[in-house]
Design a protein around this ligand. Structure first.
Ligand code: BES
Ligand code: MN
Ligand code: ZN
Length: 497
């Protein structure tokens, strides 16, 4: 898809389709009005006849209307002036989805001309480009034969107002850069677990390092991790024929003196539960148990594509959790890299074990802040549903992340992480166990992690409810890459100063 921003007139724009907004009260924003006048009120006639649906994103097309240069005029019902960010984007998504089903190969869109109480045209264009990339996202790698393709291959966010062109241009480029991270995250997560193994993730990280000059990638294998004493991560990996990897992607976008933000992702490429095996129903979805890692890849890609002036390290603990004659078992006591010992009460609480060592190791980067991302608990889905990721940990950092979620439409909500929750992890034989029982299960998982982040400015994000499904389909949403991108932008504002 070729994306551009253009300043042009809606009447003379030559394109397969010109997208024109119609306000909720049927009034016509300027570009729509201009075309309506040029073509003898043909648009008004259609609208007055009631042929344009009322819900945001409804479309109605007119072909080869006299007076307009475009092949098709596509009228689009605009969002309400007070619509939320999500509602605006959903409207764009609906409109663009129907556009992709038309025969148009190029589109010039004036959708950002519909007014909004809070969002400027460039902010609307940002949402429009995200919706476009979402609506045209495919994952066909594993389909034989020719998957049905949309003919749409060029899209311009347009404005008749020359003074706002530069802003819209920047918004289009930024949204496209961020979505390149979202798309990478989605691609990795959608890749089946027989292909997307820890070694596959490490190879993908090395390839990403070659794509960006500012990125340095290193990978630790089992031997190196054993030397470092990563008894928790390695215990999880032991049941699998696919060896584990610990990946670091160091992005330098600011002066060296600025401490990096370190993102640490849970990369369990498949979670059977191990000896505490999961029920068969929907177990296939545990291929998404590396969505934390996928989000880290996505955030690194987005930061590099935006050339953000901040320092960032993406760390991924990549492991597969399988039952086996050599698998770790309930009752085992593990010694983590930190020296703390853990009694395993359930081998299905493996993500926190992987993160324990990955977080301990990540202290070597002397982080300004450390954020881990993990599809960590089913309890998180119970607590917040699929609308918000959970954040917990350092209150100021959590506030920044919740704010970044608000601003990007990729929402998160804080859960309390009081010391009281640590009691649920008490163990008779070890320092603590990996199981907190069902009350507050998302929080006790966070409490477990807090044992490995002492002295750090740290927050934990549980993305079990948000990383998938997406728009009713069993595939990755790419969340929370947009939240992280927004957060990193705010960091860059301080690190570039
Ligand atoms: N990967 C799962 C969590 C999960 C389950 C995410 C379903 C998304 C959907 C994690 O490793 C796990 O199995 N957690 C257990 C923890 C329990 C044993 C303390 C859970 O949530 O049941
Ligand atoms: Mn598990
Ligand atoms: Zn898991």
């Amino acid at each position: 898809m070729r994306l551009t921003a253009r300043s042009t007139s809606a009447v003379t724009a030559k394109a397969g389709a010109v997208l024109l907004p119609v306000s909720t009260d049927n009034s016509l924003p300027a570009p729509t009005k201009a075309v309506d006048t040029a073509c003898g009120k043909a648009l008004s006639a259609l609208i007055d006849a009631g042929d344009l649906g009322k819900s945001a994103g409804s479309t109605a097309s007119l072909h080869r209307v006299k007076g307009a240069a475009a092949e098709r005029i596509v009228l689009v019902r605009a969002h309400a002036a007070d619509a939320s960010l999500g509602e605006v984007e959903n409207g764009y998504y609906a409109a663009i989805t129907s556009l992709t089903k038309s025969g148009a190969s190029d589109a010039v869109s004036f959708l950002n001309a519909a007014g909004h109480d809070r969002f400027e045209p460039n902010e609307l264009a940002h949402l429009e480009i995200c919706a476009l990339r979402d609506a045209t996202y495919r994952h066909d790698t594993f389909k034989s034969g020719d998957a049905p393709k949309s003919t749409l291959n060029r899209y311009a966010a347009a404005t008749e107002d020359k003074t706002s062109l530069a802003m819209i241009k920047r918004a289009v480029a930024k949204a496209d850069a961020i979505y390149s991270g979202v798309a990478l995250s989605r691609d990795l997560a959608n890749t089946p677990p027989n292909v997307c193994t820890p070694v596959f993730l490490a190879d993908r990280a090395r390839a990403l390092g070659k794509e960006h000059d500012a990125l340095k990638v290193s990978v630790l294998d089992e031997k190196r991790m054993a030397k470092l004493g990563m008894g928790a991560l390695l215990a999880v990996a032991r049941g699998s024929r696919n060896p584990p990897r610990l990946i670091a992607m160091e992005y330098q976008g600011a002066a060296k003196r600025h401490k990096p933000i370190v993102l640490v992702g849970k990369g369990v490429t498949f979670d059977t539960g191990g000896i505490s095996i999961k029920p068969s129903a929907a177990m296939d979805e545990m291929k998404f148990d590396m969505c934390g890692a996928a989000a880290v890849f996505g955030a690194v890609q987005a930061a590099a594509a935006m050339k953000l002036k901040c320092n960032l390290v993406g760390v991924v603990g990549a492991v597969e959790n399988m039952p086996d004659g050599d698998a770790y078992r309930p009752g085992d006591v593990l010694t983590s890299m930190s020296g703390k010992t853990i009694e395993v009460l359930n081998t299905d609480a493996e993500g926190r074990l992987v993160l324990a060592d990955a977080l301990t190791w990540s202290a070597r980067f002397k982080p300004a802040a450390m954020i881990d991302l993990a599809t960590l608990t089913g309890a998180c889905v119970v607590a917040l549903g699929r609308h918000a990721s959970a954040v917990m940990g350092d209150d100021a950092l959590c506030a920044d992340l919740v704010m970044a979620g608000q601003d990007s439409g990729d929402r998160a909500w804080q859960l309390p992480l009081w010391d009281d929750y640590k009691k649920q992890l008490e163990s008779v034989v070890a320092d603590f166990s990996n199981l907190g029982g069902s009350p507050g299960g998302a929080i006790t998982a966070g409490a477990f992690l807090s044992h490995f982040t002492e002295g750090q400015c740290w927050a934990h994000m549980d993305i079990a409810g948000t990383a998938w499904p997406h728009r009713g389909r069993k595939w990755s949403s790419g969340r929370p890459v947009r939240l992280l991108s927004r957060y990193l932008e705010t960091v860059a504002e301080t690190q570039s100063a």
